[in-house]
Design a protein around this ligand. Structure first.
Ligand SMILES: [Zn+2]
Length: 97
């Protein structure tokens, strides 16, 4: 089980959180113009890297607030926690593969 540090509540067990998937997904600028295939790509296709992954998490059993996490998918090490709407800290993805 992961120990996740909520930026508002401090370290808590993973069971208190909900994973919201990959972070920094760019929404379509003109949604009405997308084809079904383009919508499917936007909704379903995500990166699945071996190594550094930027994710959104929600503290559902605590403050209910969203935040971003940089996590190594191989070691499960949480490398950084940072606020929604901000860019991730500088991390070298080659270091986490
Ligand atoms: Zn919290």
């Amino acid at each position: 089980m992961l120990l996740i540090t909520c930026p508002h509540c401090g370290p808590r067990a993973e069971s208190e959180f909900h994973n919201g998937g990959e972070a920094h997904i760019e929404r379509p600028k003109d949604p009405a113009s997308l084809s079904d295939a383009e919508w499917a790509e936007f909704v379903f296709l995500r990166d699945n890297p071996k190594g550094l992954l930027l994710e959104r998490w929600n503290h559902t059993q605590g403050c209910r607030r969203w935040f971003n996490v940089a996590r190594d998918t191989v070691t499960y090490e949480i490398l950084a926690v940072y606020p929604m709407g901000s860019q991730p800290p500088a991390l070298d993805p080659r270091r986490y593969v």
